[in-house]
Ligand binder design. Structure first.
Ligand code: NAD
Length: 362
């Protein structure tokens, strides 16, 4: 038996606790099969933390996360906290967690599963075989640059300002994560910018090009963001790994994700230079179906697989979980969000049980 992995669980709000329970059950079974032990510690974030402590990210939660090997997060947010001032909103807890752990790289896979190909709004021949990883810079760029705010001009007219800025080291560290990621995949990296208009983007392009000499086995290309958006919809199979800044990545990763047509299936990983990463589904807390056993737990389960792969260096265990997900889809099991004619409609718990059964019998 190996040293236990310390995993902080942040179930959060809405469907969070339901989907987290399934992921934990899956990890327990995987632990037995791969001789891994997990020491789970649950902590509060988002609306649940606001209700219990008055703040969306209690210091104790951040401390627990810092002391762990990885953080598995479900989702935060809900209507009842929407009217609170910004610093007390559930989303502020999430931003605080990312900055508190120095998570500058966001990895979002968009992979078409053959069993769900009809869920995509694009034609089968366009999306079949799509397997893209978007590497988004997460703690710099226009979301954090100074100056920012709404200021009065000399004429008395108000002017809103945000600043897109990147330092050499910020570009280099995300660039290296992207090259390393591409190296483990199809060895093709496309860097997306707006270098024809923005100086910061030209600088980004120059730095990424310089880094490429350290990764001769990875083929580097560049695209302007407007063209990249077009190409993602026109012929997404041309992409393997994409690296881009915070703003462009926010938009492109959602577009790439939607190629798959199923938000309840998409995991993500946020990584820092050292310390634990945060692994979470792309979707939110789905308050409209919370507490009704209708949630799709698969994005949460696939986030746990990403945790095993990227955070704990257990790729065989990650492969096994991903395979079990494909197996339950193959036998026709579906939650409501991915349901289609002739398939078996399951609730969240039953989907978890079906996964466990696949893990145990094969
Ligand atoms: P959402 O992703 O929660 O829901 C969008 C739609 O998708 C809803 O109809 C929902 O029922 C459905 N859906 C989402 N996940 C599902 C799942 N696993 N299984 C089945 N159906 C699923 O987005 P929203 O409605 O815009 O936001 C709801 C709340 O979540 C808001 O408070 C928002 O701020 C928050 N949010 C949190 C995160 C996060 O925690 N990272 C991300 C996005 C939104």
């Amino acid at each position: 038996m190996t040293q236990p992995y310390r995993i902080t669980l942040l179930p959060g709000d809405g469907i969070g606790p339901e989907i987290m329970a399934v992921a934990v059950d899956v990890l327990q079974v995987i632990g037995q099969q791969f001789d891994l032990t997990f020491e789970f510690q649950e902590a509060l974030i988002g609306g649940a933390a606001i209700d219990a402590t008055g703040e969306p990210l209690p210091a104790a939660t951040l401390e627990t996360c810092r002391r762990s090997d990885a953080v598995l997060l479900a989702a935060i947010g809900g209507y009842q906290w929407d009217t609170l001032p910004r610093h007390l909103r559930p989303e502020t807890g999430l931003l605080g967690l990312r900055s508190g752990l120095g998570l500058f790289a966001n990895l979002r896979p968009a992979k078409i599963l053959p069993q769900l190909i009809d869920a995509s709004s694009l034609k089968r021949e366009v999306v079949e075989g799509v397997d893209i990883m978007v590497v988004r810079e997460l703690t710099g760029g226009i979301y954090f640059g100074q100056p920012r705010g709404v200021f009065a001009t000399e004429s008395g007219e108000k002017r809103g300002v945000n600043t897109m800025a990147y330092t050499e080291s910020e570009i280099d560290r995300i660039g290296r994560v992207a090259f390393e990621t591409a190296r483990k995949r199809g060895k093709k990296l496309c860097s997306v910018d707006k270098a024809n208009v923005l100086e910061v983007s030209q600088f980004w392009r120059d730095r990424i090009t310089q880094l490429a000499s350290d990764y001769p086995d990875v083929e580097l290309t560049h695209l302007y963001v407007d063209n990249a958006a077009m190409q993602l919809v026109r012929w997404p199979k041309q992409f393997d790994t994409i690296v881009t800044s915070n703003l462009f990545g926010d938009i492109l990763s959602d577009a790439a994700a939607m190629l798959t047509g199923s938000i309840g299936m998409l995991p993500s990983a946020s990584l820092g230079a050292r310390g634990p990463g945060v692994y979470e589904p792309v979707h939110g807390s789905a308050p409209d179906i919370a507490g009704q056993d209708k949630a799709n737990p698969l994005a949460q389960v696939l986030s746990a697989a990403m945790m095993l792969r990227y955070g704990l260096n257990q790729p065989a265990a990650a492969d096994r979980i991903e395979q079990a997900v494909l197996q339950v889809l193959e036998q026709g099991d579906r939650t409501g969000d991915i349901m289609s004619e002739g398939k078996n409609l399951l609730g969240c718990k039953a989907m978890g049980a079906a996964l466990i059964q696949k893990l145990i019998i094969s």
